[in-house]
Design a protein around this ligand. Structure first.
Ligand code: SF4
Length: 325
């Protein structure tokens, strides 16, 4: 039996919560997408955008808190589409406001938001709340305007820069990450150079690089101007190298500062590891009882792309940087 997923209206199951150890929970608030970016199969494979009612979201957050989780990541296939299908419609900003006021967990992250959906109001709500971690993932996908238009993205690159500037004006220590596709059909060498320079000029904390590959059933699968596989590989390698540099630059900014770190696990080298509120991987020494607890770490050095430091007692913490407090 075959169903038309674009007619799928069934509410999504709140049980679709993925658990990662017992420290961080992923709470899915939204499913499907109505946007039809030309490279993406999601609107066909996952159906139309559907959202979880805010009351159910708040109950789920209470439940996660009662079960001992310290951090929640709000997820969705296209989170920016949240609430438009509800009756009456709810704006994502309204839900985030409720979470800022009533969520019992101290650390809330937003998994990903398309740049055009990050309104000034959302920035004000999350940057003004102690609960939201100073961390945003804004998928850029390309840093060339012609390519963005062929991808059917809904912003130009200068708008992306404007959003990053807006976030950092309110949250100077925020980690902003992105997704980048390289070798999209029609991306010439000149496009890529301008794309690379643009990404280099933006203060990003990290990014994920995806070499373009054809998805059968998408609009882009019919595009001409395919980039040769070896060239896609070369562009991806250059972009990843830039990404490693950006990660180290971002982490290095916090050497000598104190950060609130939620310790998650003991690594094979015996160190305790976790993430700061602004999504820096941090390793330190300490007893097992500190896992699943937020501690204050004074960062002394960067190893690879992670910070290394010593736990200081919270009451001894000196200037706790914005990414930490
Ligand atoms: S890339 Fe995101 S916004 Fe675009 S169609 Fe896919 S899920 Fe929707």
């Amino acid at each position: 039996m075959v169903t038309n997923l674009r007619k799928e209206k069934a509410p999504i199951e709140m049980a679709a919560v993925t658990l990662d150890g017992h420290t961080r929970a992923f709470l899915k608030l939204q499913e499907g997408c109505d946007q039809f970016c030309t490279f993406c199969i999601v609107p066909f494979s996952r159906g139309t955008s559907r959202s979880v009612d805010p009351r159910r979201v708040m109950i789920a957050l209470d439940d996660l808190h009662a079960r001992g989780f310290k951090e929640v990541v709000l997820t969705g296939v296209h989170l920016g589409g949240y609430g438009k299908d509800l009756e009456p419609p709810v704006e994502l900003a309204e839900l985030l406001e409720m979470i800022a006021e009533r969520c019992p967990l101290d650390r809330v992250r937003i998994s990903s938001l398309d740049p055009e959906e990050l309104s000034d109001r959302i920035v004000e709500i999350i940057s003004g709340s102690e609960k939201f971690c100073p961390h945003l993932h804004l998928p850029l996908q390309s840093g060339d305007d012609e390519t963005l238009s062929r991808m059917r993205r809904r912003y130009a690159r200068d708008y992306f820069r404007d959003r990053v500037d807006r976030v950092l004006a309110s949250w100077p220590d925020a980690a902003i990450g992105t997704d980048l596709i390289v070798g999209f059909p029609g991306e010439t060498g000149a496009h890529f150079e301008s794309y690379f320079d643009f990404v280099e000029s933006i203060p990003l904390a990290y990014f994920h690089v995806f070499p373009y590959s054809v998805r059968v059933g998408t609009t882009a699968a019919k595009f001409t101007g395919r980039v040769a596989p070896a060239e896609i590989k070369r562009r991806a390698a250059l972009m990843r190298e830039l990404g490693d540099r950006k990660r180290v630059e971002f982490a290095s900014r916090f050497v000598g500062t104190t950060l609130k770190v939620l310790l998650e696990e003991r690594g094979t080298d015996g160190t305790l590891r976790g993430y700061s509120r602004n999504y820096l991987r941090v390793s330190t020494q300490g007893p097992d009882q500190l896992t699943n607890r937020e501690v204050v770490v004074e960062a002394s050095t960067v190893e690879g792309t992670q910070l290394v430091g010593e736990i200081v007692r919270p009451w001894a913490a000196r200037a706790v940087c914005g990414g930490a407090s």
